[in-house]
Design a protein around this ligand. Structure first.
Ligand code: FAD
Length: 463
């Protein structure tokens, strides 16, 4: 086998595989090293399986609630084994699709653990054998792995991370989730819909604390109404065996409480994955476990770059891919940049939540004068048709120039609709430029036009 390439990428997640395909398309002789399934966390243990489970569980809920559309389905049930099979099949199809793209674009896939050596070579170890490969440039894209808080009882049986939760063969009767971030609340909605008694224990004063306050308040209300118990400003002290259950002991408002559940999910964040990545004597500059890079994704070692969850910044698949494309272009001699201030943040709950760019609060902190336009979904025709009339679309624009600075939405299809605002913010479009585009009727997307109209002079479908 050839052992000299223009580029070797270690890790075939959405950062690495996208970088490799882009580099190959631009004429670089490229290899990717991957020690598990192609597609990384995203396709196999993250975005895709999580959204498949959200889709199946939402469908189950929707059918149960379909009487309001005149449909009666008296005996609705699910087969969890088949839900898991559908989820795995979806991941497999996408992973195989990426392998085909590698083949089609002439990317060499090297199966095994990739290690960056002091000499700049990359060794690949598989089945006890190690082979050395060489390249002009190396991209580290080994992603992240679930984090566990170091508390007593963290190793007890039935304490799981997202990786193991995906593999559980039955729906837990009760599930206590430590961490009310995006991953925590998404799993809470899945298992609540499938019949688990779900509790969320969050150390911060609000759930999805990295997003706008209004989202946290609304989502908390909706989840509580569905029967999910939520404890905020609650610090987990320890986990204990309680018969055949696990007791989670936490302090809330200075009082100690204990709640028992069949399973405990640790959803407290993710840490960079550098297992097996560095050979003897390789000392890259690191900060809190993450590889330090400059604006061009260059590490402290010549010809070695890093992207995705492995480096500082948001840990999202689309951010990793955007970094991968930008870096591949640069390595192929294209003068490319990536604007990481316009990474959309999404939560796939019901209703969905999505945000991009600046919030009104953030603008205030930075003394930027803004105008906002908000449209409530109860006045949107499509939302009334589908009875999804909860939520809103909000636009933040500069008060004088009317340049669109950001948008936040909580409604059906918010995660799809946010794309329009990503393009607008990245290209510094104004409210009037965005309004030149016509939105089809009846669509949820009309709410985008109405929120923009609210700034331009007044939304049409409100008094
Ligand atoms: P990864 O996807 O982690 O890929 C790294 C790859 O490198 C892996 O395949 C790994 O096996 C391989 N590897 C590691 N070390 C080596 C080595 N030494 N040699 C060879 N191979 C190696 N993001 C979103 O944008 N939207 C979502 O909806 C979303 N949902 C999520 C849901 C869950 C439950 C989780 C856990 C994550 C979710 N994420 C989501 C985050 C997203 O999955 C990550 O941000 C993304 O996968 C990071 O991409 P990456 O390429 O940096 O790394």
């Amino acid at each position: 086998m050839e052992n000299k390439f223009d580029l070797i990428v270690i890790g075939a997640g959405p950062g690495g595989y996208v970088a490799a395909i882009k580099a190959a398309k631009l004429g670089l002789k490229t290899a990717v090293v991957e020690n598990r399934e192609v597609g990384g966390t995203c396709l196999n243990r993250g975005c895709i399986p999580a959204k498949a489970m959200i889709h199946a569980s939402s469908l189950y809920r929707e059918i149960q609630e379909s009487e309001r559309f005149g449909i009666t389905a008296p005996t609705v049930s699910y087969d969890y084994g088949k839900i898991l099979a559908y989820k795995e099949d979806t991941s497999r199809k996408l992973s195989q699709g990426v392998e085909q793209l590698f083949q089609g674009n002439g990317v060499t896939l090297l199966n095994g653990v990739g290690t960056l050596e002091k000499t700049g070579a990359v060794t690949v170890t598989s089945g006890g054998e190690t082979t050395s490969f060489y390249a002009d440039n190396v991209i580290l894209a080994t992603g992240s792995k679930p984090l566990c808080i170091p508390i007593q009882g963290k190793d007890l049986p039935h304490v799981v991370t997202s990786d193991e939760l995906f593999r559980l063969e039955k729906v837990p009767e009760s599930l206590l989730i430590i961490g009310g971030g995006v991953i925590g609340v998404e799993f809470a909605t899945v298992f609540e819909a499938l019949g688990s008694k779900v509790t969320i224990v969050e150390a911060l004063p609000r759930i999805i604390a990295n997003m706008d306050k209004e989202f946290s308040q609304n989502l908390k209300m909706i989840l509580k109404k569905r029967g999910i118990d939520i404890h905020t400003s609650a610090t987990v002290l320890r986990l204990e065996q309680d018969g055949d259950q696990l007791a989670c002991v936490f302090s809330e408002k200075d009082a100690e409480q204990s709640i028992s559940a069949e399973y405990v999910l640790m959803a407290v964040g993710r840490c960079p994955n550098t297992d097996g990545l560095f050979g003897d004597g390789v000392e890259l500059e690191m900060e809190r476990g993450r590889v330090v890079v400059d604006a061009a994704f260059q590490t402290s070692m010549d010809y070695v770059y890093a992207i995705g969850d492995l480096i500082k910044g948001v840990q999202l698949a689309h951010a990793a891919s955007a970094q991968g494309i930008c870096l591949a272009e640069r390595l192929a001699g294209v003068d490319a940049t990536v604007d990481l201030s316009v990474v959309p943040g999404c939560v796939y709950t019901n209703p969905e939540i999505a945000s991009v760019g600046m919030t009104e609060e953030e603008a205030k902190v930075q003394n930027i004068p803004v105008k906002t336009g908000k449209f409530i979904m109860s006045a949107n025709g499509k939302s009334l048709i589908t009875m999804e009339e909860r939520g809103f679309v909000k636009v933040v624009a500069h008060a004088e120039t009317e340049e669109v600075l950001g948008a936040q939405m909580m409604c059906a299809r918010a995660t799809d609709m946010i794309g329009e605002f990503g393009t607008a913010v990245a290209n510094r479009l104004t409210v009037h430029q965005m309004l030149k585009g016509m939105r089809a009727h009846p669509t949820y997307n009309e709410a985008v036009g109405e929120a923009l109209e609210a700034i331009a002079g007044g939304a049409i479908h409100v008094m």
